[in-house]
Design a protein around this ligand. Structure first.
Ligand SMILES: Nc1ncnc2c1ncn2[C@@H]1O[C@H](COP(=O)(O)OP(=O)(O)OP(=O)(O)O)[C@@H](O)[C@H]1O
Length: 618
């Protein structure tokens, strides 16, 4: 039996001295699952099991056959003792020895089938559940996931699904337990009534034990799962940010946070282990005492001639099996409690709804058209952070969007590709509201290069393809446009260069260009770039801008949020975005235009609808 945690000593090798966690504190907060969450968790478990019922049924049948064969052994021994040894009948003795061997073979076959089918079912259920969870997570947007850390989500897809798998694996044991009690009780009754009474007297105690401990263990298990989630978040942050923060001295607080979270896991593990230990040790105590009482009572019955020696041996063997079954019962109940908590945590994620989703009856987006922000407004944390903005970027136009830090440039671009929906107004492509189209279609027309691109572990080519079926020539063309091909080609492994976690093998400027190339590979009609050249030197930036303009060819649209003079200069038109004025603040004015820069429009709550101006190319 185990709580499926590493040994407590291995949990926190270096706990923070001021973690404030009292390891001796056994009193748990009332963290057992509320009724509704438990109901939903059980429904999820049932639904996960449904497609694999036949396999579980096969495992249960095999387990029942194996257990019947196991329980037949004491009976065969009894017969061998009473009919063979006592009566000096060698033939009977050998016959019952053969029956015992047959029972052993049946046990072998039963056990094999049981374990095979139980393992098959648990692997299938785990894979289905994990796949469902990850598919759902993949469809959730930033707003839906705002309150959840990556580490905690990873725990739900790993540890929690594994706990459900263990529960599935153990399901056939319920049949073993049922077979044991239903067979042993009548068999003992047939031997001697007083032995049956001794056995029955243990049952109320077993019921009490298995009512008392599970509730305490479920609370401990829920706390432990939450503590694991917090620690996983701390580990994820430490791994992701540690390198970047080390230079600023900010690394230490992350280490301390991990130690605090780790100490919490240790404390909760110890608490759960203490409850588990009590449960495991107390539960088989009474059946063992019953064996002692049975030996005394049964021995007297043998002396009186009411019971045979073989019968007494069979009784003690069956009681040993009942004791073992009691321990197994505890294991199953522990697993059930943990599976409930794990399923509730998985269900919590499955219940999250994406704030940006496909409409019920999507319309088709036109192949080309202007991208229009019509009174688009965004609120974050109850505050208006953008708009209302009136801005139309014509098909084939190159517009540079600039403005102070925090003015809302990224927010506006995110609306343009439906990473978020506007809280007021609309964003349209070719006259169609983006919310009316399928998300896949929006993102086929409009591609977005984030300010902080995310790279996956794998090679450069993996990061460009992102699972899409793209030939090497297409990767090279896109990288040429993004001004990256020459550098990649000069690397020893070229496009097969391993990037490492987070793309550590590339410079900041290379990562930016890789992200641009990746967006180009979808052949979008509109490319939204969020400060995508901020890490480039002047010459490389000029090259990238020139090639992007050539790629756009007056047919594709470029909307570039930037602070860079070179981008402002290269654009057909620049638009200044000003943060929504605080109540009472003066209205925004158009920024001055210099002879080198294209016309600047101001987009702010004082709505200006810019008109197209031909770029005075420098
Ligand atoms: N998810 C969010 N939750 C809360 N506030 C947000 C969120 N996203 C953006 N904001 C706020 O909205 C405002 C605009 O942010 P945004 O990132 O769009 O600015 P920006 O113009 O792109 O800035 P920068 O030039 O620094 O990249 C900021 O005040 C920011 O703090």
């Amino acid at each position: 039996m185990s709580t499926h945690q590493p040994a407590p000593a291995a949990e926190a090798p270096d706990p923070a001295p001021d973690s404030g966690v009292d390891l001796a504190d056994e009193d748990l907060p009332p963290a057992a699952l509320p009724a509704e969450r438990r109901r939903r968790a059980k429904a999820l478990l049932r639904a996960s099991l449904r497609p694999h019922r036949a396999t579980v049924a096969a495992a249960m049948t095999a387990a029942a056959i194996r257990q019947l064969a196991l329980l037949a052994v004491p009976w065969c021994v009894q017969k061998a003792l009473d009919d063979g040894l006592q009566r000096h009948d060698g033939g009977a003795l050998l016959g019952w020895a053969g029956a015992t061997a047959l029972a052993a073979l049946v046990q072998f076959a039963g056990l094999y089938g049981w374990q095979y089918w139980a393992g098959y079912a648990d692997a299938k259920v785990g894979a289905d559940l994990r796949g469902r969870l990850l598919r759902h997570l993949g469809g959730l947007d930033r707003a839906a996931l705002a309150a959840r850390g990556h580490g905690d989500l990873a725990m739900r897809a790993t540890r929690d699904t594994d706990l459900v798998r263990e529960w599935v694996h153990g399901l056939a044991i319920w049949v073993v337990l049922g077979t044991t009690f239903l067979t042993v009780l009548p068999a003992i009754g047939a031997l001697d009534l007083s032995l049956l009474l001794v056995t029955l007297a243990t049952l109320p105690f077993l019921v009490w034990v298995n009512l008392h401990y599970p509730r305490r263990f479920a609370a401990a298990s829920a706390d432990l799962a939450a503590a694991h989630g917090c620690r996983a978040d701390a580990v994820a942050d430490l791994l992701q940010l540690g390198t970047g923060l080390r230079g600023t001295g900010g690394h230490r607080p992350l280490v301390d946070r991990h130690h605090t979270a780790s100490a919490e896991v240790t404390a909760r593990t110890v608490t759960a282990a203490r409850i588990e230990a009590g449960w495991a040790a107390v539960a088989p105590l009474v059946p063992r005492l019953a064996v002692a009482a049975g030996v005394g009572l049964g021995g007297l019955a043998v002396l009186d001639g009411h019971l045979t020696v073989g019968g007494l041996v069979a009784f003690t063997s069956w009681m040993a099996i009942v004791t073992l079954a009691t321990r197994v019962l505890v294991d199953r109940l522990l697993e059930r409690g943990q599976a409930d908590v794990a399923a509730a945590r998985i269900d919590e994620v499955l219940s999250l709804a994406a704030t940006v989703a496909d409409p019920p009856e999507p319309v088709e987006l036109p192949a080309a058209g202007a991208l229009e922000f019509a009174g688009a407004l965004a609120r974050r944390d109850g505050k208006t952070v953008l708009g209302p903005v009136e801005l139309t970027v014509g098909a084939g136009e190159f517009v540079a969007l600039h403005g102070a830090t925090g003015a809302g440039k990224s927010t506006l671009l995110r609306l343009g590709v439906r990473l978020d929906d506007p809280d007021g107004g609309a964003v349209r492509y070719g006259g169609t509201d983006l919310r009316a189209a399928r998300l896949d279609e929006v993102r086929a027309r409009v591609a977005y290069v984030a300010q902080r691109p995310v790279l996956l572990s794998g090679t450069v080519a993996d990061n460009l393809r992102l699972g899409r079926d793209l030939p090497q020539a297409a990767l090279e063309d896109a990288c040429r446009t993004a001004g990256l091909h020459e550098q990649l080609a000069a690397m020893p492994d070229g496009y097969a260069t391993e990037l490492g976690e987070g793309g550590t093998a590339l410079s900041g400027g290379q990562v930016q260009r890789l992200a641009i190339a990746r967006a180009l590979l979808g052949d979008p009609a509109v490319l939204l770039l969020d400060d995508a050249t901020s890490a480039l030197d002047t010459a490389t930036e000029a090259l990238v801008l020139e090639r992007l303009r050539a790629w756009a060819g007056g047919r594709r649209t470029l909307l570039f949020a930037t602070h860079r003079a070179a981008v402002l200069k290269a654009a057909d038109r620049t638009v200044e975005l000003r943060a929504p004025a605080a109540p009472g603040a003066p209205a925004a004015d158009a920024a001055p235009r210099t002879p080198e820069t294209p016309r600047t429009d101001v987009v702010s709550p004082t709505v200006v609808s810019p008109t197209l101006v031909e770029a005075p190319r420098g």
